[in-house]
Design a protein around this ligand. Structure first.
Ligand code: TPP
Ligand code: MG
Length: 574
């Protein structure tokens, strides 16, 4: 340890390093070596003249460039990749490219996903002459200024001397905050020489204020020990800050039951015997809602109380019974302990709490009460038109252990959230920021990050129309996700708020797109029997599979209707 930081030597430091035997390498090579060290194997992006120098160096490196059809999808792909691998990145050109990606980066900022934005900008001289080059906006600082709002650190590299320290500073911030960062490399700086990197210093967890930590743990342990029906709610910060193991150890030691919120879905395997299901206020299943709301002590760990997480702010968790541990602070009842970090807090609780008698804790495992139960047999009625309920019932039998399930905002997200995921399955949804079209890019990223895992995407027709081009990138890279497109003739999630003609879209023959884009198996499904046939064919296919599911326009889960009612109210549409 040195200054509270752990030095981790990485032996991959690196083919690129040895490619050039001089004591110096280029700024581009320095950045690429660092990205490789922190776990990046693929870089998404779209070329443009200002970034070509950097991309030429990418081609010589150990990092593979994956071209996408547009920069927004590159950002979504980097986000999906980062959710699996712990880091994601994309490269784009100045102005037109990077600004196309901005919505994808904003989503990563909101949901705490570590994405590195690399933009190739005009040569440094142009920043002082303000020459009216293509893609510029007159003021050369505008893109950087815009990105400053949605990143935790940003830099404009100006020379080979300062580039290494700047790159290290920005990448450290990305990892310690688990949020996006922005690196702008002028085209001349990309090829400037700089020093070789020494081993990267990975940021470690910040140190808690020890007195505050001790006091917070003491108070929390007291409350939990006295409680007869305590409940734990684990959520997104545990995922993002990789505290799953600490959380699992805490559950093993105490035997306490836990729920997750939507953003924290599949935080641990949903087959965990202490997992009771999703808690989302009034949108929860009865048992889960009652179990949480009648608990005499609620321990929230890493929760983010967004509208979708809280069922439209309908959660009822009395502050006077609640302990809440978050990144950087603990709140107990109505007071705060500052500078108490989540990992220290969980570890302290684990040390001091003892095993409870689980027979007294009213633990009904989630499989008994979830909406789409894999515990009940599914018997298809061949001629019956498919409904959303039946489709997701079927899917709860179809998804295999260790899959990655991705669900788009809309009927897909609200339904898939109510499936109990099999062991080892990771669930991805942009449940807070909710930018439609996200999942097509995220599927590309996740499939690239985990080639050995089955990736399943549920996406609505409206969302798919936003970003569908990168279906072709999945095909181009021989990736083989199974995509279920829910064709319900438009924006059902908006129809349940208020239904007018602006929710209609042009109907496409979606399943035929695989042919247009160059390969894969496309199947059209209207009935339960056709779905069974499609699933049999998909099992035999050695390619991407695209199954278009037709359902009624207004067919959706009750949780989505409830969300619609609450959005109508919030937006004064009633
Ligand atoms: C980029 C973006 N534009 C607009 C919206 C508003 N919006 C939310 S959901 C939605 C429609 C989604 O339609 P679809 O994918 O067909 O969902 P489903 O019919 O399954 O509910 C729209 C337009 C958004 N969330 N993101
Ligand atoms: Mg739709």
């Amino acid at each position: 340890m040195e200054d509270g930081k752990t030095i981790i030597k990485i032996n991959t430091l690196s083919r690129m390093n040895s490619q050039f035997n001089s004591p110096e390498i280029t700024v581009s090579a320095y950045l690429l070596i660092r990205l490789k060290e922190i776990g990046l194997d693929h870089l998404f992006g779209v070329p443009g003249d200002f970034v070509l120098g950097f991309l030429n160096q990418v081609l010589k490196s150990e990092i593979k460039f994956i071209g996408t059809c547009n920069e927004l999808n590159a950002a979504y792909a980097a986000d999906g990749y980062a959710r699996i691998k712990g880091i994601g990145a994309f490269a784009s050109t100045y102005g037109v490219g990077e600004l196309s990606a901005i919505n994808g980066v904003a989503g990563a900022f909101a949901e705490r996903v570590p994405v590195v934005v690399i933009t190739g900008s005009p040569a440094t001289i142009n920043f002082s002459t303000h020459s009216l080059l293509h893609h510029t906006l007159g003021d050369y600082q505008i893109p950087l200024n815009m990105y400053e709002k949605i990143t935790v650190a940003s830099t404009q590299l100006v020379s080979g001397e300062i580039a290494p320290a700047e790159i290290d500073r920005v990448l450290s911030a990305c990892l310690s905050h688990q949020q996006p960062v922005y690196i702008s490399i002028p085209s001349d700086v990309a090829m400037m020489k700089c020093k070789r990197p020494t081993a990267f210093t990975f940021p470690t967890h910040p140190r808690s204020d020890q007195d505050a930590l001790r006091e917070a743990i003491k108070e929390a342990v007291n409350m939990l020990n006295k409680a007869k029906t305590p409940i734990v709610i684990g959520d997104v910060e545990l995922l993002r800050f990789k505290l799953q193991k600490d959380f699992a150890d805490f559950l093993d030691k105490t035997g306490l039951p836990y729920a997750t919120m939507m953003l924290g879905k599949t935080l641990l395997s949903e087959q965990h015997p202490q997992f009771i299901g999703l808690y989302e206020g009034d949108r929860s299943r009865d048992y889960v809602r009652n179990r949480v709301e009648s608990a005499d002590c609620i321990l929230q760990l890493g929760t983010l109380l967004t509208d979708f997480n809280t069922g439209g702010f309908t959660t009822k968790m009395d502050d006077s019974k609640t302990i809440s541990g978050n990144i950087g602070y603990v709140k107990i009842k109505h007071h705060y302990y500052e500078n108490v970090h989540l990992h220290d807090f969980i570890q302290g609780l684990t040390e001091q709490l003892t095993q409870r008698d689980i027979t007294t804790l009213d633990i009904q495992c989630a499989g008994n009460s979830c909406v789409h139960r894999h515990t009940e047999p599914f018997l298809p009625d061949a001629s019956k038109p498919l409904t959303i309920k039946r489709f997701f019932d079927r899917m709860s039998h179809f998804v295999k252990n260790n899959s990655i399930v991705i669900a788009e905002t809309g009927v897909s997200l609200f339904s898939a959230a109510e499936m109990l995921m099999p062991k080892g399955t990771t669930f991805i949804g942009q449940t807070f920021y909710g930018s439609i079209g996200y999942t097509v890019g995220a599927t590309l990223g996740a499939a690239m990050a985990a080639k050995d895992r089955q990736v399943i995407l549920f996406v609505g027709d409206g969302s798919f129309q936003v970003t569908c081009q990168d279906l072709s990138t999945l095909i181009r890279n021989h990736l083989k996700p199974i995509i279920f497109l829910i064709n319900n003739d438009g924006y059902t999630i908006e129809r349940v708020i208020t239904d007018h003609s602006y929710n209609d879209i042009q109907p496409w023959h979606y399943h035929k797109l695989v042919d247009v884009f160059g390969g894969g198996l496309g199947i059209d499904v209207h009935t339960e029997g056709e779905l069974e046939e499609a699933l049999v064919k998909s099992a035999k296919a050695d390619s991407l599979v695209f199954i278009e599911i037709h359902t009624d326009r207004m067919d959706c889960p009750e949780s989505l209707r409830s969300a619609g009612r609450s959005m109508a109210k919030t937006n004064k549409l009633e």
